[in-house]
Design a binder for this molecule. Structure first.
Ligand SMILES: [Zn+2]
Length: 138
């Protein structure tokens, strides 16, 4: 192998189109504009992920959409090195607003990820659906 082939590549991954519904449509509409939305509960004030109508902290139905910068830190991750399409990584990001997001880490070399690393959302196109949020180091 040449030196070029030994160098780790930036991870990419084809992601299928997400299933959308009435409850999550505002999220996907914003994603098409490159905006990352989360939900926040009015009575208890806590943000939550994934977006849903009922607050998972206090069960209130008074939740509102909020635009997030989509920044946080890596809580945990795992690199899948033996993939037929090349290595990719999934894991949890703890958003600055508090919720944990299960996500793909793309556009970064596999060995460049660390626990506690600052990351930011970006959107990846899907085949026939809205783009999905993925994360990469800032
Ligand atoms: Zn609540």
């Amino acid at each position: 192998m040449s030196e070029t082939q030994d160098k780790p590549a930036v991870m990419t991954r084809a992601i299928p189109a997400p299933v959308t519904n009435v409850e999550t449509q505002p999220f996907w509409d914003a994603a098409k504009d490159g905006r990352f939305l989360i939900k926040r509960c009015t009575p208890c004030g806590k943000a939550h992920w994934y977006p849903r109508a009922i607050c998972p902290h206090c069960m209130s139905a008074e939740t509102v959409w909020e635009e997030s910068p989509g920044e946080g830190v890596i809580y945990a991750f795992s690199v899948m090195r033996r993939s037929p399409t090349g290595p990719y990584a999934i894991g949890y990001v703890t958003l600055d607003e508090g919720p944990a997001v299960l996500t793909n880490f793309l556009g970064v070399e596999p060995d460049a990820l660390t626990i506690g690393q600052r990351v930011k959302v970006r959107f990846q196109d899907t085949d026939g659906g809205p783009p999905v949020p993925v994360f990469a180091p800032i």
